[in-house]
Design a protein around this ligand. Structure first.
Ligand code: EPZ
Length: 417
């Protein structure tokens, strides 16, 4: 298991280009199965979660081939519609293959994802909308088998909760269902619009993605395309926070500034100076960060749950008390005990965490509990006085490509063991 050794308290400044979006790439890789053609994907991040999705595509009979930072996926010969239990366990968000499998084969078999570090990850919202689109689903001890004997049929459907994954599965299935589907109370995350843009470039007819209501005219088939995945807004937020915590002046390049909107008020409240350009954002840190009165995670365009842990790291050294309310996942404070090992002062009460800012953090050896929690510990280590050690780095590698090289390009001193 890799470890990261971090020599803290260096000024983090400079210009850095941001990787492609993990949460954009995964549903688009699933959508490739619907095209029965060759797809060229640019800006696809090289992450363990992406490699896991490629293993699933290969298991389904698709050919995949990297050409530099571009990925070629050829699903012409795909014939299997079952995902093994082992691959489902390797990456729980593999549930997003459901809509593509049922859309391509009228059949789908996979295991329930099972809980993970941040919560139970139920799939009831996926099941309900897929049944509404004509799928019959059986769950036998955690193994799901689904079929659409008469093909998928359009429907009008209102989500009880704007689930990102369930919205993505519904879009994948409705894209090739007979008739016009109207989905309401959909998730509005930028990755939803990215998936719709990809599918539309393959000949789908999807309108309104990124808004609450999405209208989809089903088409008979989809063709191949060449497409560039959107930048990763959470990686961008994490890198900006690294600059904010270390008195830096940092420019993140190759981003979509509008995707960063939910984060800007928080950086401003902490006393950072923000400039936004066409495809970049600049953050100038204050001498000492101010506290954030109340961070409340909500579905997009609210404050993103994936940025909660990274921003909490910043508040541990801010002047004053910051409060966090985590509304999206039921178990997303696992980074708190590890941050306390750096000398942070945090109390957790259910879905709320109260952070009393301290003057400085001290180097420590910690274990990453999950993907974004791991990023939070890395940020704390960058600000801590001395040499810190972070284990279980595989969690971080799921969502951050080449994290030590990226950070070292902007002044950090991080080594992988
Ligand atoms: C996606 O997860 C992201 N993952 C998550 O990013 C992100 O935190 C989340 O959306 C919210 O933005 C990918 O895109 C691969 P949800 P997803 O369905 O689709 C409950 C990261 O760090 N729920 O919107 O699973 C669920 O338990 C990851 O990159 C049900 O109850 O998110 C959670 O409490 C972490 N029933 C809430 O809804 C369901 O059927 C939000 O889940 C589905 C979800």
């Amino acid at each position: 298991m890799d470890k990261l050794i971090v020599n803290g308290q260096r000024n983090i400044s400079g210009k850095i280009s941001v990787q492609g979006s993990k949460n954009g790439a995964l549903p688009i890789l699933s959508a490739c199965v619907l095209t029965k053609s060759q797809v060229i994907l640019h800006n696809c991040p090289k992450l363990s979660d992406v490699y896991a999705a490629l293993k699933i595509l290969n298991e389904l009979g698709c050919k995949t081939d990297w050409q530099g930072n571009s990925l070629i996926v050829d699903s012409r010969d795909a014939s299997a519609y079952s995902i093994s239990d082992e691959l489902m366990r390797e990456m729980r968000s593999s549930i997003v293959f459901f809509g593509a499998l049922i859309g391509r084969f009228g059949l789908a078999e996979f295991s329930t994802p099972g809980g993970c570090e941040i919560g139970l990850r139920p799939i009831d919202l996926h099941i309900k909308v897929m049944e509404a689109l004509g799928t019959e689903i059986k769950n036998e001890n955690g193994r799901i088998s689904a079929k659409a004997p008469n093909g998928l049929s359009a429907n009008n459907y209102v989500f009880q909760f704007p689930s990102v994954g369930a919205t993505e599965n519904a879009i994948l299935a409705a894209a090739v269902a007979r008739g016009t589907t109207v989905l309401e109370n959909c998730a509005r995350e930028p990755e939803i619009a990215d998936l719709a843009d990809f599918l539309n470039s393959c000949g789908a007819k999807i309108k309104g993605a990124g808004e609450g209501t999405i209208v989809i005219d089903g088409v008979g088939s989809l063709h191949g395309t060449e497409y560039s995945i959107i930048p990763d807004r959470i990686v961008a937020a994490t890198l900006l926070t690294a600059g904010a915590m270390n008195g830096g002046n940092i420019v993140v390049d190759n981003i979509v500034p509008s995707h960063m909107r939910p984060l800007i008020p928080v950086f401003l409240e902490m006393g950072c100076n923000i400039n936004v350009g066409e495809s970049w954002m600049e953050l100038k840190a204050p001498k000492r960060l101010g506290r954030v009165k109340h961070v409340v995670t909500m579905p997009y365009p609210g404050f993103p749950t994936d940025a909660q842990a990274p921003i909490m790291a910043a508040t541990t050294i801010a002047s004053g008390t910051s409060v966090f309310t985590e509304n999206i996942f039921e178990c997303r404070f696992k980074h708190v005990p590890e941050l306390i090992r750096f000398g942070a002062n945090i109390k957790v009460e259910g879905r709320m965490a109260v952070v009393e800012g301290v003057r400085r953090l001290y180097a420590s050896s910690v274990a990453a509990p999950d993907l974004r929690g791991g990023a939070s510990l890395l940020l704390a280590a960058l600000a801590a006085d001395g040499l810190s050690e972070i284990s279980n780095v595989h969690h971080i590698d799921r969502g951050y490509e080449n994290i030590e090289n990226v950070l070292n390009q902007i002044g950090a001193d991080v080594r992988r063991m």
